[in-house]
Write a new protein. Structure first.
Length: 201
């Protein structure tokens, strides 16, 4: 009996792995890189920097999907660029973050081609750039976030939408504001909706 169970488990895992494989994906992100954490930088009693409006970014990379019955494990490796805008001295300035993302998602099929998923997302920040503003490095190059979402799979083609939120405070200091007593720190945690198109290879 024990041997029969082991044989069945081996056959089940083998069948599941036969449906597994690598793929490529790309898409758009819509969200912000965090709001300014203080409102104490003023010029003549008015804020000279404010906002944190959402703008569109993009991502592309690879994934591996390991099937196990109605469940799957899906690690991804992505190059991501996120963007948000602020008002600085009555002008609009974009804050861009470039990073490598490694989401590790666990999901399940729930109805036909529809599936849901969730998991942590490890992030390594490559660069952060604030248009027209001198900005220091982020406090932590390695951070962690969380993602959850839903998708539809038609053969080798997949479409999904997910929400991501950074879990760690990770700030960058604005260096060149006119008020020496009012250094502001931009919270670089992502807060975004992600749309992706994937293709199994």
């Amino acid at each position: 009996m024990k041997n029969a169970i082991l044989v069945f488990m081996f056959m089940y895992i083998s069948a599941a792995m036969a449906q597994s494989g690598f793929g490529v994906k790309a898409g758009l992100n819509y969200g912000d890189n965090g709001e300014i954490t203080y409102s104490d930088v003023t010029s003549s009693g008015e804020d000279i920097m404010k906002g944190g409006d959402s703008k569109a970014g993009y991502h592309f990379g690879f994934f591996y999907r390991a099937e196990a019955g109605g469940f799957f494990l899906k690690p991804e490796l992505l190059y991501t660029r996120t963007k948000s805008s602020y008002e600085y001295n009555n002008e609009t300035a974009d804050y861009n973050i470039t990073k490598i993302d490694l989401p590790v998602l666990v999901g399940m099929d729930i109805l036909g081609p529809l599936h849901i998923f969730a998991g942590p997302s490890l992030q390594y920040i490559l660069d952060n750039d604030f248009q027209g503003v001198s900005l220091g490095d982020v406090e932590e190059e390695f951070t962690i976030g969380a993602q959850f979402g839903a998708g539809i799979q038609f053969g080798g083609i997949g479409i999904d939408v997910r929400y991501e939120r950074g879990l760690q405070e990770n700030e960058a200091t604005v260096l060149d504001l006119n008020n020496p007593d009012g250094l502001k720190r931009v919270d670089a945690r992502p807060n975004q909706i992600i749309f992706s198109l994937s293709l199994a290879l």
